[in-house]
Design a protein around this ligand. Structure first.
Ligand SMILES: *Cc1c(COP(=O)(O)O)cnc(C)c1O
Length: 353
């Protein structure tokens, strides 16, 4: 793939590591590529970061045709820059595209774009402990007319944001509320696709949970409202009676790459990991009889986020004395160890830029 590069004439000043936060600062450039039905993907380019010009009738603004990915570039202590399972992100982007009738991109091309872009922005990958360059590839339908129709034009963009350590004062257990009114997704819908619309549908429950003093909601299935699906925008795993259990991918759950990797290394370590439906009643019973040993959420941003309290129908249930459990801690250390190059990458998950 030919990528044209136009470098900025005004490089920005890089924020210090204390000021990074999440998703607030952006790098000097962005990657762009256009799609037209009759010619396919074309005009791959890296240009100075700036606003996108859009037709006011653009499909995405009216019908929500948007998908995205989220991954990080990590700086190792030797100064190398590396990506973690980026091929999985690009495969998932295509699964999302297929669901929303957006065009797919050959994985070797989207990976090449990502590599070329991160290579150009490599000085933006911060080096302080726990910091990273967050990468946000996204695609949207971009036809300049209002009729509801097959998408003929689309745009693929990658932007990057240097981000601070997720845990500044060490890992802290969170307070989660089981949401019994709103649902995030249903089977047959777009739950397994990483699309902006799912986030729009989640916002109200998230706001309500925050008002009640919880960090995140725990989503239930959209049909029976009895099976656990996800926590906020993360997958969820439990340790019950010595075994690891996590909801099985049923079409409405997003297949997280952190979840996938957690399952793999837990199995390598000898744990039995079971993917199956888990009901709220089972969870309540396991908390009450003490067999629920640990619970944690899994996603790229936090990697692993222990759950200390679960709120349900007005009652709060405490897990593991509201402390981080040994498996949760081990998983956090193992995954972040591979990502930042402190531990051996036995599975070929790392790609150096
Ligand atoms: C992105 C996302 C996740 C986590 O996926 P990772 O690949 O691990 O970052 C989980 N659930 C939802 C709804 C998501 O959007």
């Amino acid at each position: 793939m030919k990528i044209e590069i136009i470098k900025t004439q005004q490089p920005m000043e890089k924020p210090t590591s204390e000021r990074l936060g999440f998703g607030q600062h952006f790098t000097d450039h962005m990657f762009l590529m256009d799609y037209k039905r009759d010619i396919g993907w074309h005009n791959a380019r890296i240009v100075p970061f700036g606003p996108l010009e859009m037709h006011p009738a653009a499909t995405v603004l009216h019908y929500g045709s948007e998908i995205f990915e989220g991954l990080k570039a990590y700086r190792t202590k030797e100064g190398k820059v590396q990506l973690f399972r980026a091929d999985e992100n690009m495969k998932r982007l295509n699964r999302s595209a297929e669901r929303l009738c957006l065009p797919t991109i050959p994985v070797e091309d989207s990976l090449e774009a990502l590599q070329a872009f991160v290579d150009l922005e490599r000085d933006w990958v911060p080096e302080a402990d726990g910091t990273s360059l967050y990468l946000r590839p996204f695609m949207f339908g971009n036809d300049p007319f209002l009729g509801v129709h097959t998408i003929l034009n689309a745009t693929f963009v990658i932007i990057a944001s240097p981000s601070g350590a997720y845990y500044k004062e060490g890992i802290a257990p969170t307070k989660i509320m089981i949401e019994s009114e709103d649902v995030r997704a249903v089977r047959g819908g777009t739950g397994y696709a990483k699309c902006g619309g799912n986030y729009a549908a989640s916002a109200r429950a998230q706001e309500r949970a925050e008002q009640k003093g919880y960090t995140q909601v725990m989503w239930l299935d959209g049909v029976e409202r009895k099976y656990i699906e996800e926590v906020g925008t993360s997958n969820v795993l439990f340790k019950i009676g010595g075994k690891i259990v996590t909801p099985e991918l049923n079409g409405s759950i997003l297949s997280g790459i952190t979840r996938l990797s957690a399952i793999q290394i837990l199995r390598d370590k000898g744990y039995e990991v079971i993917e199956r439906p888990i009901t709220v009643d089972e969870l309540k019973a396991a908390i009450q009889d003490g067999s629920l040993e640990e619970a944690w959420a899994c996603g790229t941003a936090a990697v692993v986020s222990p759950i200390g309290v679960i709120g349900f129908e007005g009652d709060d249930y405490t897990i593991n004395n509201n402390e981080i459990g040994p498996v949760t801690q081990w998983l956090y250390d193992s995954l972040t160890g591979i990502q930042w190059g402190r531990l051996e990458d036995k599975h070929g998950w790392i790609r150096e830029v």
